[in-house]
Design a protein around this ligand. Structure first.
Ligand code: TRP
Length: 448
């Protein structure tokens, strides 16, 4: 067998994993959840969930992945010691691959919208009215074309492999994303109304603390760190044995939650600047507008009222959203593609083409039945399946796999691991605490 591809450097892995983690979930999901859930009170709970629950689960994926050097299905089957657990591994692995593909099928639609608004900022700059209108009006044709275009971009990166595709594009795009994000924040901060937004974002309102916040924060943390479906597992499988997994995991968690926090410094003040310009930022029942209307109505109102500089700001903003989406979507597509490449005789190119086309088909079905399927698929995959799969991965790492194997894998790249706090706490933590926390939270969301 040809030697398996790897990330060429630690930096490459961190950019790729951060690229996967940092997406619409950070730039759109996190800020709006925070603003509607009591400001900084939610930020505190979120950081708690990210480090106390998502980080240990991330570690389970990275360790299993690097040990198995394979996709999620082959990995879980491989570490199972007997027939029953092998069957379980096959079931969980298959479910994970299906959910990863379904997540991509709705994510691709939303990312397509970002491309449309990006294109619109150019067409309105050159005064091409008809194209601008088409790009910003919701319609099947527009949706399927932009989704298809985005899928093609995703597929072409994945077809180019790990170091030549995922790593190369992540290391190019992620620094750009950071520069645009910081640039936009600096600009928005100079505008009237930004201070009010900052207050809403940063002053904790603990009176809004309620149990459902924990559910929301957990869901958000799992989604943001791309957990459960084997994304981080397969990225871990491309890591060299020289690297210390616990340290890389901390880096990725920090960069992800840090970026979510920083994105809030852009989005929430921008909403209040838009209010100054006359945009309506509240729904009828007094909540801050948080859904698609925020990105596709409130912020565009702001950009328009800023005059010609607004077109540049819009351009920068939708480039930011598109980059964030692309470095995430490639990590979703890698899950089924890695399985196909490793378990069949298909080449990477063919596997990418076939699977990409299938997911394009799923997205098309969602678009054709938008009202009944769009929210349903999002809830099915992110609210229920992801935490459930995350739980199963903790069960594999904590109960099914031998503790000695865990230790051996961790020792590679971190020889003194046995004496560390991490080794003293983590094995029992993934075994008992993580599954229990996920179960409690899941029970809450089913009951709610
Ligand atoms: N984490 C990304 C975001 O915040 C989305 C994402 C990428 C993802 N890969 C994933 C979500 C795998 C779930 C599973 O937008």
């Amino acid at each position: 067998m040809a030697s398996r591809e790897q990330f060429s450097s630690k930096f490459g892995f961190i950019m790729a994993a951060a690229g996967s983690a940092i997406g619409l979930g950070n730039i759109w999901g996190f800020p709006t959840q925070t603003a509607t859930n009591g400001g900084a009170a939610f930020v505190v709970i979120y950081f708690l969930m990210a480090f106390a629950l998502a980080y240990p689960a991330l570690m389970a994926e990275l360790i299993i992945g690097r040990h198995s050097k394979s996709n999620i299905l082959t990995a879980l089957r491989g570490i199972a010691p007997n027939k029953a657990t092998r069957i379980l591994g096959t079931g969980v692995g298959t479910y994970g691959v299906i959910i990863a593909s379904l997540i991509l099928s709705f994510y691709g639609i939303v990312a397509g919208w970002m491309l449309c608004y990006l294109a619109e900022s150019v067409t309105s700059l050159i005064g091409w009215q008809a194209a601008s209108e088409w790009l910003v009006s919701f319609g099947f044709e527009r949706n399927i074309i932009s989704m298809g275009l985005f899928m093609l971009m995703t597929m072409s990166i994945i077809a180019s492999g790990i170091s030549g595709g995922i790593e190369k594009w992540s290391t190019r795009l992620m620094p750009m994303l950071m520069v645009i994000l910081v640039g936009l924040i600096i600009y928005v901060m100079t505008q009237d109304g930004a201070a009010e937004g900052l207050r809403v974002y940063l002053l904790p309102d603990f009176s809004q603390l309620k149990p459902s916040l924990f559910v929301d924060a957990m869901g958000q943390a799992f989604f943001s760190l791309s957990l459960g479906v084997g994304t981080m597992l397969v990225y871990g499988s491309y890591l060299s044995n020289k690297e210390s997994l616990p340290r890389l995991g901390v880096m990725v968690t920090l960069v992800d939650s840090g970026t979510a926090f920083v994105a809030g410094l852009l989005i929430i003040p921008a909403i209040y600047v838009a209010k100054q310009y006359g945009a309506n930022i509240f729904t009828d029942d007094g909540q801050l507008i948080a859904g698609p209307n925020l990105i596709f109505q409130v912020l565009p109102t702001l950009f328009e009222s800023m005059g010609s500089i607004g077109m540049l700001v819009a351009l920068a903003f939708f480039v930011l959203m598109s980059i964030a989406s692309l470095t995430s979507s490639i990590s979703m597509l890698e899950v089924p593609v890695s399985l196909a490449v490793e378990e069949t005789s298909l080449s990477r190119n063919k596997a990418t083409l076939i699977i990409g086309t299938l997911i394009f088909g799923c997205s098309t079905v969602i678009l054709l039945n938008f009202d009944s399927l769009f929210d349903f698929v999002i809830n099915l995959t992110t609210v229920y399946s992801q935490p459930l799969l995350g739980l199963m991965l903790c069960v594999f790492a904590g109960w099914i796999w031998h503790r000695n194997n865990l230790l051996q894998e961790l020792k590679a790249g971190h020889p003194e691991i046995e004496g560390t706090f991490f080794w003293k706490v983590w094995p029992n933590y993934v075994k008992f605490v993580c599954p229990l926390l996920v179960l409690i939270t899941l029970a809450q969301s089913v009951a709610g």
